[in-house]
Write a protein that binds this ligand. Structure first.
Ligand code: 5RP
Length: 231
């Protein structure tokens, strides 16, 4: 499902584009498909803007030309994965702790294309997937207290293959937050959380997504459903 959706995303790419290169396993497949098309000469003059150390390293390994976010005024198309997508195209991202740069890239992009498999489609956000919040290292428990006053249960994300917490590409920590009844008002929650001292950014992506490609299996065959924002 992830591969067909990654390949479908590359069909939206045109010559001369500046592309936001997302993070996560689906975005990684998309970056590999992009590299194949460039190598075969089917796509020309593509420059990528990485959303994470992961996408930067992958693009470098695959010879995709990169430019820094700070040196571009506009990105033509950003392609990225998501952890949850609601019917209004609001997202939770940050499962890979990359949402700070992902949101910067998405905000600079003319279009944000999201690539997911159908398990990511939800009616209401944050019923099961916790909202990632990036916090300054010495503020994590202070932020946790404020979030708990907002009826959010949070935990510090712990690393695997390293003792202690996950440290982000920016050198910060991640709190994963579940609200008691999920998130029904993403815009308000996004602003409230970002207003807590010590918070760098949270994983709610509100009114940023233009199109969602959904991979699914039908009759044992992987398919892609293309959903476009209606307004
Ligand atoms: C990383 C992200 C990813 O895009 C999100 O976690 C989806 O990843 P995957 O495609 O591996 O399911 O937001 O911060």
């Amino acid at each position: 499902m992830k591969q067909v959706v990654a390949d479908a995303a590359i069909r939206e790419v045109k010559n001369d584009m500046i592309l936001g290169l997302g993070s996560g396993s689906t975005a990684a497949l998309m970056i590999k498909s992009l590299a194949d098309e460039i190598r075969l000469g089917k796509l020309k003059n593509i420059r990528g803007v990485a959303t994470s150390f992961q996408s930067e390293v992958l693009a470098l390994e695959l010879d995709i030309p990169l430019i820094d976010l700070s040196s571009v005024s506009q990105i033509d198309l950003a392609i990225d994965g998501a952890d949850e997508v609601d019917p209004g195209f609001q997202l939770i991202k940050g499962g890979g702790a990359c949402h700070v740069r992902e949101k910067l890239v998405a905000s600079k992009a003319d279009q944000l294309l999201i690539v997911v498999d159908e398990t990511k489609l939800v009616q209401n956000l944050n019923q099961s997937f916790p909202l990632p919040v990036e916090v300054l290292p010495n503020a994590w428990n202070q932020v946790q207290d404020v979030i708990s006053e907002m009826n959010g249960n949070s935990s510090l994300r712990m690393a695997t293959k390293k003792a202690g917490p996950v440290v982000t590409d920016q050198g910060n920590l991640i709190l994963d937050v579940l609200f008691n009844n999920g998130i029904k008002n993403p815009k308000e929650i996004e602003m409230k959380i970002n207003n807590i001292p010590g918070v760098l950014e949270n994983g709610l992506f509100v009114d940023l997504t233009d199109k969602v490609l959904v991979g699914k299996i039908e009759n044992n065959t992987p398919m892609v459903n293309s959903l476009t924002r209606s307004s």
